[in-house]
Design a protein around this ligand. Structure first.
Ligand code: BES
Ligand code: ZN
Length: 417
């Protein structure tokens, strides 16, 4: 066998840097990405939609990493989503007819974009959400120092990378914590599940608090649990990305446990494999669509600690999100939080909300800043707790999340389109 020395050298370096299981054990992937990024990198798309500025392409893992670096330079993250059909992990030369897959993806996204656009044209979009004392009181129970402790705890695992043993240990620890919180609350009927996946060895965590009268209607609050670092000898603390959102969800859940039962079901998620292309959430959202589950709304928390645009300035991402749910969050913010919302766009499906959106469910993602001013240390070993991170800023997202689950799980509000 002829050994390519350059390749061997590269392989040894990458192995030393902890890349081996990220790169070598994986075949090509099919991705959905920002069209401009792919073009600028000289990658030929399988298909493209100029209006959406999105394209699909079949690329190697090296190209995926290069794409990620390229996107980072433009204050984006990796900028791609893994849409490889799970049963057919293929190579570029395999004769797979992807035209239908590509067309379906663009037309589905276009359909929801149009619905949102049309709705946003209505000059009066009255929601009539009143301010409620029980929500104000519950919000007072939220603790900034709990957020700090949880972020400290989660970011002290060497990594929560989706293929790592450390990631597995972190997941098991969170499961233990959730079970003990539920046990000591004395509540019954609340389930904690590990949700296994096809495309990643990591499982997502789902906690279900069943509704008392409309348990088939589901209000989702989630964020990704995994972390990644491109160069890090296997270390990926992921304090902001996304121990922050994970801790917001845990703290909102802690207070939610103390409240009287609600009408609709609430599902809390800590998703697996987001950093490798929204892997966990994509499987869950597709399964929910296939099962015809009634998902009322999905709130995603991903990066809430770095106040890049100033304390209490929240990035209101307008792509892959629903005008209806964003309106609700703005109203809840006025009643209970008092932050300033600033509209911005990811430009691609940058987090797990996009998985739900593409399956037709209403989504929103309030973000720590804007894309231009977000934390630069993410996806590196430097994503750790530092004076640049602000737990009062992060608390605002926890308040919003708690107000969101309380309001939507006790009302008959539904997206009108
Ligand atoms: N937290 C980041 C991305 C992000 C950026 C979310 C701006 C919200 C606003 C997230 O964990 C991430 O890195 N996402 C990947 C997604 C990709 C793998 C589909 C990204 O942006 O590259
Ligand atoms: Zn990330």
């Amino acid at each position: 066998m002829k050994i390519n020395k350059a390749k061997l050298f590269l392989y040894l370096i990458l192995t030393f840097l902890g890349f081996e299981n990220k790169v070598y054990s994986s075949p090509n992937v099919k991705v959905l990405a920002d069209l401009n990024f792919l073009q600028n990198m000289g990658i030929t798309p399988d298909a493209q939609d100029d209006k959406l500025n999105l394209a699909t392409a079949t690329i190697s893992q090296y190209q995926a990493i290069a794409l990620s670096h390229f996107a980072h330079n433009f204050h984006k993250c990796g900028g791609f989503e893994d849409i490889t059909p799970s049963k057919a992990l293929f190579s570029k030369n395999d004769n797979v007819d992807n035209n239908n897959v590509d067309h379906d993806i663009f037309s589905t996204i276009q359909k929801y974009h149009t619905l949102n656009n049309n709705y946003s044209q209505f000059s009066v979009r009255k929601l009539n959400i009143s301010k409620k004392e029980e929500i104000t009181n519950a919000i007072e129970q939220l603790s900034e120092s709990n957020l700090q402790k949880t972020v400290q705890w989660l970011s002290s695992f060497p990594s929560r990378y989706h293929k790592s043993e450390d990631g597995k240990k972190a997941t098991e620890s969170l499961i233990t914590k959730l079970n003990s919180m539920i046990d000591s609350s004395g509540r019954t009927g609340i389930t904690v599940e590990l949700v296994p996946h096809i495309k990643t060895p990591q499982s997502s965590i789902r906690v279900t608090v069943p509704g008392s009268t409309h348990s088939d209607e589901i209000v989702v609050l989630g964020g990704h649990f995994d972390s990644i670092a491109t160069w890090g000898l296997g270390k990926a603390p992921g304090a902001d990305d996304n121990a922050s959102g994970s801790s917001n969800i845990l703290e909102a859940f802690r207070v939610f446990l103390t409240l009287p039962p609600q009408q609709r079901s609430v599902e809390f998620y800590w998703y697996a494999g987001e950093e490798a292309g929204l892997l966990g959430s994509a499987e869950i959202a597709a399964q929910y669509k296939n099962l015809g589950k009634k998902v009322i709304s999905v709130l995603q928390l991903d990066m809430t600690l770095f106040p890049g645009d100033g304390e209490l300035v929240i990035g209101d991402m307008t792509d892959f999100t629903s005008v209806w749910l964003r309106d609700i969050l703005k109203e809840l913010n006025t009643h209970y939080v008092g932050a300033r919302f600033k509209e911005d766009k990811c430009g691609y499906g940058c987090s797990d909300h996009a998985s739900w959106y593409k399956n037709g469910f209403p989504t929103a993602i309030p973000f720590e800043a804007t894309m231009r001013t977000m934390n630069d240390n993410i996806h590196t070993i430097n994503d750790v707790i530092s004076p640049a991170l602000n737990f009062n800023h992060s608390l605002a997202f926890t308040k919003l999340a708690l107000a969101y689950i309380m309001e939507l799980s006790n009302s008959d509000l539904k997206q009108p389109y």
